[in-house]
Write a protein of this length. Structure first.
Length: 219
């Protein structure tokens, strides 16, 4: 089957609809650079649809055509020069379906080529220079090369730690807000009590104090 025939199959249309629906939420546009998280989301959404897939670590080379430029992701040494070594990740991650013709989904690259929001393409052949896939579009060429070493467990661990830290930060913020609200409620209660007391002294008690004097004058 060629690419056009594959893109008419039910399984491709189902996969494409999952990615399109995710894109309509704005998550793909906001997820640029977060390849592990985006691939994990795609993997889970496909699983809910009964479509098996796997998360694959790779290197990505994008050749932009106009103006000419090369964008590298996941090549050894690239992140050493561009990012904090403590948070570097010398690989790229995509999701590949286990369908008749595998479909590669890359939902974290919307900032690389502004004309391509995401990759959702069938893998029909493997070029000699790549062991995953190569896609040629009018504005750019995308080459995915699989990496033998795995960093996903470390990345998942880091992701979990980041989530825990974020959760703790939110919990502290919520706790601070709750304490602030308790203080406000306390102040509000004191003001209400003071206001009630002032009202009583000004109107109720004053009225009672005038009553006996008037009554004695009538005598």
């Amino acid at each position: 089957m060629n690419i056009e025939e594959i893109k008419k199959t039910n399984y491709f249309l189902e996969v494409k609809s999952v990615v399109d629906k995710l894109d309509s939420t704005g998550i793909i546009g906001a997820g640029s650079g977060y390849c592990l998280s985006m691939s994990d989301i795609i993997h889970k959404l496909l699983h809910q649809k009964g479509i098996e897939s796997k998360i694959v670590e790779c290197s990505l080379m994008v050749t932009l055509k106009n103006p000419p430029a090369i964008h590298l992701v996941g090549y050894s040494g690239f992140y050493d020069k561009n990012y904090d070594p403590e948070s570097k990740m010398d690989n790229h991650i995509v999701c590949i379906t286990d369908t008749e013709a595998p479909i590669l989904i890359d939902a974290s690259i919307s900032d690389v080529d502004k004309k391509i929001k995401y990759i959702c393409e069938p893998i029909v052949k493997k070029e000699n220079h790549t062991n995953i896939a190569e896609f040629d579009f009018p504005s750019s060429t995308w080459m995915y090369q699989e990496k033998p070493e795995s960093q996903v467990p470390v990345l998942h661990q880091r992701s979990i730690i980041d989530r825990i830290n974020t959760d703790n930060k939110f919990k502290k913020q919520i706790s601070d807000i709750q304490k602030f609200m308790i203080i406000l409620l306390g102040i509000g209660s004191l003001n209400l009590i003071r206001g009630s007391y002032d009202f009583y002294q000004t109107y109720v008690n004053k009225t009672n104090s005038w009553g006996p004097h008037n009554h004695s004058l009538l005598k």
